[in-house]
Structure formats: structure tokens, C-alpha cells
Design a binder for this molecule. Structure first.
Ligand code: C2E
Ligand code: CA
Ligand code: CA
Ligand code: CA
Length: 280
């Protein structure tokens, strides 16, 4: 351990130290935040391009910090990645999604899927399948109510383990989406090897799709390929009617983005569903 050469040097790099310190602080705060119920989920609708029907909601984590206000998941999830705290938080997120699925059912939205984001560490946790199958029993739900979102990063981390894990969860009935598709570097390999149901084209391709010729080409050929494989294709980050029109013309299945709705805090969503069902 003494002769670590170059990497030893980096451990004492001030920036690195700051990151480690930040991480330790965050980890401590996460446990408190869980206890104090500072976490919540926002739900972003996913709409079928052709029928305009609601296909599902993506669950997105929100952290309302008492001093620092709303902290973006992008500012703490990557830091917590690979820690026990992320696994704990991840279990909280999954359980909350089950509770939300039950609530949606009460509003007659039983066929609507909840997409759950899983981080790499969470997905590689060997207790995950058992946790999920226990929850299905506890809540009397079928796995069809959920879609598990994995990023390309997760998929390449430990291919054999990942495939085995996906296959065992598929056997229980869970479906899988590949998130941020196109931002990794070996996307096509896993389409062949992995039991995937849905591909989500990353929003970075959508934003400039009508101005940037190569983004447009990438999107249309991805849609064609995904559909030829018999899978479902989702476009995320759709903000304008022009993007929506072009994606629909090019046969994209599902649309997610600010054009239809920003992620809706869970409380607000159920308040508005209440109003709809009471005709107010
Ligand atoms: P993601 O999974 O790619 O989620 C999509 C992000 O795009 C969300 O950001 C969403 O609010 C945003 N978005 C959706 N439509 C639009 C649009 O039309 N325009 C723009 N500009 N943005 C749009 P958010 O909620 O800040 O989440 C950021 C990332 O944090 C997520 O990216 C995901 O990687 C991570 N994350 C969020 N919640 C969870 C979670 O529960 N578990 C895990 N592991 N990661 C999560
Ligand atoms: Ca996602
Ligand atoms: Ca995404
Ligand atoms: Ca992303």
C-alpha cells in the first residue's frame, strides 16, 4: 500500500481532498435527510406520440434542504454513487415509487408505468431482486407497473453481472429502459446482449435536432433501428411543438419533456388529480 506511485500523489491533491470532504459531509446529511423527510419525488409525464395518451411517469428525486434549498440530484447522486448511503436512499426511492403506484391505481391509472432511475451501485447490489420481489408481494402489485431505467454507464460496469441481474428481474416481469442513450460509447453492443425493452434518446440530441443536421440524423436513425429491433423509443427533453411534430412524423413512440410538463412534485400531482376526479 506504501508504493502506490502516481495515485498516492493524487490523493493529496487539494481538489480531490475537497471532493472527499464534500462527499463525507453529504453522506452524513443523507441519513439525516431521510429521517427528516427532506426527500421527495417529482413525476414527469411520458405521453404516447400517436394517441396522446399517458404512458407513464418518470420518478425524479428532489432534496429540499433546510438551509441550502432545493438541491439538484445531479449535484449529489454522482457524489454518493458507490456508497452505502446511495443504496439506502435508493431503497427509499423504490419503496416510494411503489406507494405512488398504489395511489395512481386509486385514480384509475393502473396501466400507467412508473419509471425508476437506478444508479450503478444500486443495480449491482445483490439484495436488489429480493427487495423488489418482496415489495411486489407487500403491495400486491405486478412488476408491469414499473420500468427500471439504467444508464449506459451502469451497463458497461460489469456486463456479465448486469445481464444476469436483468434476466432475473425480467423473469419477475420488470421492464428495462436504457437512459441517456447515445451518450455512452458502446451502445450498440448492449442492444444485442441485454434484455432491454425501451430506449430513451438523450435530451442533448433533442435540444438542437431541428438546427443540427447530424443530431437529426442520429435521432431518426436511432428511432428506425430501435423500432426494427421491436423495442419502444422515448425522446426526452422535448420542449417545443416543432420537435414534437418532427419526432412524431419520424415514428417516435413516447414523448417526455417540458413541452408537455415539467416534473410535477408528488403532492401537486395528486392535488390536481383530486380536482379532476371531483370535476373541479
Ligand atoms: P435523467 O434520468 O436523464 O432525467 C431527466 C432529466 O431531464 C431530469 O432532470 C428532468 O427534469 C430533465 N428534463 C426533462 N424534460 C426536460 C426538458 O424538456 N428540458 C430540460 N432542460 N430538462 C428536462 P433532474 O430531475 O434534474 O435529474 C437529473 C438527473 O439526476 C437524472 O437525469 C438522473 O440521472 C438523476 N436522478 C434523478 N432522480 C434520480 C433517482 O431517483 N435515482 C437516481 N439514481 N438518479 C436520479
Ligand atoms: Ca432517467
Ligand atoms: Ca435521461
Ligand atoms: Ca441524464
Amino acid at each position: 500500500a506504501k508504493d502506490n506511485g502516481g495515485s498516492q500523489y493524487h490523493i493529496y491533491h487539494p481538489e480531490m481532498f475537497q471532493r472527499v470532504a464534500h462527499r463525507v459531509m453529504l453522506e452524513g446529511e443523507v441519513r439525516q435527510a431521510l429521517a427528516k423527510q427532506q426527500f421527495s419525488l417529482s413525476l414527469q409525464p411520458q405521453i404516447c406520440a400517436k394517441t396522446k395518451k399517458l404512458y407513464g411517469f418518470e420518478a425524479l428525486l428532489r432534496w429540499q434542504h433546510p438551509d441550502r434549498g432545493m438541491i439538484s440530484p445531479e449535484d449529489f447522486i454522482p457524489i454518493l454513487e458507490n456508497s452505502q448511503h446511495m443504496i439506502e436512499l435508493g431503497y427509499w426511492i423504490i419503496r416510494r415509487c411503489f406507494e405512488l403506484a398504489i395511489q395512481l391505481k386509486k385514480y384509475g391509472l393502473a396501466d400507467v408505468r412508473i419509471a425508476i432511475n437506478l444508479s450503478a451501485g444500486q443495480f449491482l447490489d445483490i439484495n436488489l431482486p429480493r427487495f423488489l420481489s418482496d415489495l411486489l408481494v407487500e403491495f400486491s402489485l405486478t412488476a408491469k407497473s414499473f420500468e427500471l431505467e439504467l444508464t449506459e454507464q451502469t451497463l458497461v460496469k460489469d456486463m456479465d453481472h448486469t445481464i444476469a441481474m436483468m434476466e432475473s428481474l425480467k423473469r419477475i416481469g420488470f421492464t428495462f429502459a436504457i437512459d441517456d442513450f447515445g451518450t455512452g460509447y458502446s451502445s450498440l453492443a448492449y442492444l444485442k446482449k441485454m434484455p432491454v425493452d425501451v430506449i430513451k434518446i438523450d435530451k442533448s440530441f433533442i435540444f438542437g435536432m431541428l438546427e443540427n443536421h447530424s443530431d437529426f440524423q442520429i435521432i431518426t436513425s436511432t428511432i428506425a433501428m430501435v423500432k426494427n429491433l421491436g423495442l419502444i423509443v422515448v425522446a426526452e427533453g422535448v420542449e417545443t411543438q416543432a420537435q414534437l411534430r418532427s419526432l412524431t412524423e419520424n415514428d417516435c413512440d413516447i414523448i417526455q419533456g417540458y413541452y408537455y410538463s415539467k416534473p410535477i412534485p408528488e403532492k401537486e400531482l395528486f392535488l390536481s388529480l383530486d380536482k379532476q376526479t371531483t370535476g373541479g
